[in-house]
Design a binder for this molecule. Structure first.
Ligand code: SF4
Length: 116
C-alpha cells in the first residue's frame, strides 16, 4: 500500500459520507409534506395561540375584542398558511410543527395575495 492508496481511500470515504448526507437530505425533503401532516393540531390554549386570539372556527371570533377581524377572514386565505390547499388542517408559519384549522383565525391574519 502506498500513500496514493491512502489518499484514494480517504477520498472514497469523503464521497461516501457526502453521498449519504445527500441521500438523507433528499429523504428529508421528500417526506416533509407527509411529516407536516403528522403534526398535532394547535391547541387553542397554547400560550402563543391565546396571545394571538387564535380560534379553530373564525365564525366564533368576537369582533369587539378583535376589531381587525372581518367576516371572510380565515386561515385558508391568510398569507401565513402553507401546506396543501383544501386540507382542513395545515401548517402555519407562526406555529411551527403544529397544524391550524383552515377555517380558523388569529390576529396575525394577513390576506394572501390573490385570495378572495
Ligand atoms: S397567521 Fe394566518 S394562517 Fe396562521 S393561525 Fe393566524 S390567521 Fe391562521
Amino acid at each position: 500500500m502506498n500513500s496514493n492508496d491512502k489518499l484514494t481511500r480517504r477520498q472514497m470515504l469523503g464521497v461516501t459520507v457526502s453521498a449519504a448526507a445527500g441521500l438523507a437530505g433528499v429523504a428529508t425533503i421528500a417526506s416533509a409534506p407527509a411529516a407536516a401532516q403528522a403534526f398535532p393540531h394547535l391547541d387553542e390554549k397554547d400560550p402563543t395561540a391565546v396571545a394571538l386570539h387564535y380560534v379553530h372556527d373564525a365564525k366564533l371570533v368576537d369582533p369587539k375584542k378583535n376589531p381587525t377581524y372581518k367576516p371572510g377572514h380565515h386561515c385558508a386565505n391568510c398569507l401565513q398558511l402553507t401546506g396543501k390547499a383544501g386540507d382542513a388542517w395545515r401548517p402555519c408559519n407562526l406555529f411551527p410543527r403544529k397544524l391550524v384549522a383552515a377555517n380558523g383565525w388569529c390576529s396575525a391574519w394577513v390576506q394572501k395575495p390573490g385570495a378572495a
